[in-house]
Design a protein around this ligand. Sequence first.
Ligand SMILES: [Zn+2]
Length: 241
Amino acid sequence: MDMLVIGIQHHFGWVLVNDPVKLICEMHSPNRGPRRDGLQPQFIILHYTAMATAEAAIERLCDPSAQVSAHYVICKSGRIIRLVDEELRAWHAGSGEWCGFQDMNSRSIGIELDNDGKGAFTKQLMTSLEKLLSTIMAKWDIPPVNVIGHSDMAPGRKFDPGPFFEWNKLEVKGLAEKKLQQMEISRFSVDAFRELAQICGYTAPASDADLLATVRLRYRQGASGPLNAADFAAISDNKKI
Ligand SMILES: [Zn+2]
């Protein structure tokens, strides 16, 4: 429920965000800039707001002193608020790395999901996310495997969209895809797991524990305990494991 989203005051004035006619409403965050080195979006990074309400999150994402933003916020009701034009660089990713790439803000579009990280995402939110993803992916020619979570690129520092985000709902619609490695696995060691995880995109510096926890958030939600064969199986297309 985001029935409290009636209007939000920021330094450009009041903007109504509960217009029942429009799926996407426009606001403008001042926290933006040009994409560096002529880069264009090739990834989409999903976040949760970790706040009680969408209004609180939007206010923060539009506050110049907060120095953070995202291209979109999707409310629990399914309403989509655009804060930064896709052509511009929003400030949502921070430090981290994915597939050897840094400055992920210049390479991505950031979507904040109205969720506190402690429970399920609403059906309306997921439906709007699916529509938005398919539009953005078509526009920028972004493959499903390049739709990632914030945690994926910042292990140990970020945990969103978290253990309650249902990646499989996106996967069955071709809006996300696990990147499975194809190497022979000869041993189930920590070093071997890191090597395989790096092939899947997990190149950011991380402790062994943070790397395992991060990979599980995306590939084995709910798993716990020490590294085991199931973790290798989750990131491999080798059916013999
Ligand atoms: Zn985030």
